[in-house]
Design a protein around this ligand. Sequence first.
Ligand SMILES: O=C(O)c1cc(=O)[nH]c(=O)n1[C@@H]1O[C@H](COP(=O)(O)O)[C@@H](O)[C@H]1O
Length: 232
Amino acid sequence: MSQITDPRDRLIVALDLADVEAARALVDRIGDAATFYKIGYRLGYNGGLAFARELTGRGLKVFLDLKLHDIGNTVEEGVRAVAGLGASFLTVHAYPQTMRAAVRGRSGDLKILAVTVLTSYDEADAREAGYALPVAEMVAKRSGQAREIGIDGIVCSAAEAVAVRGIVGPDRLIVTPGIRPAGSDLGDQKRVLTPGEARRAGIDHVVVGRPITGAADPRAVARAIVGEMEAA
Ligand SMILES: O=C(O)c1cc(=O)[nH]c(=O)n1[C@@H]1O[C@H](COP(=O)(O)O)[C@@H](O)[C@H]1O
């Protein structure tokens, strides 16, 4: 578990927006209610990588969610290229070859997070994709492999966080999307917990997108999520 002193750092706001103008406007509206932003490939392929530098230049933290997965050489060199952007976190899919390559390419302060089983997958989705193991076992297996390989953190559902903590120990990060404040729309997420439940399960960071990006008052929702985790 990381030493997080500012409770706002536990919330990572997913900037899943069409362009940099919309992302900048949202960051400005949220103001000091959030300190950590995720840039995925929707924004990343549309100016988001330069925007990552803008955010770090403003003293904000950035998670680049590029979910790399390719042959080892391509992943290694890709991670090396990303390492210069000043981001705190980068995602790769939790396949052993991919994770080993990412660790070879890692440098500086960039932490590599391994995405175990996407939070939009339930058992039926996993079977359809050809996974023989139940989701929880797949998450556990990949978390163990990530630990052996030296990955910095795990992306999973908060529903698996207690089990994952037992596997990866206290020093690696557990980062959980699939988070919904009570009563909010699940969208395509299937393995879902509230911010408070996630915190009690021992996560380091939650990732929240649409409940904030689609809110009438995104700043208020961000503050409420941070407050709910602090109180948990
Ligand atoms: O790697 C991720 O960030 C990720 C992994 C995962 O298993 N599930 C998941 O939802 N995510 C990302 O987390 C964010 C969740 O967004 P919302 O469902 O809108 O809160 C999206 O940007 C997803 O791409």
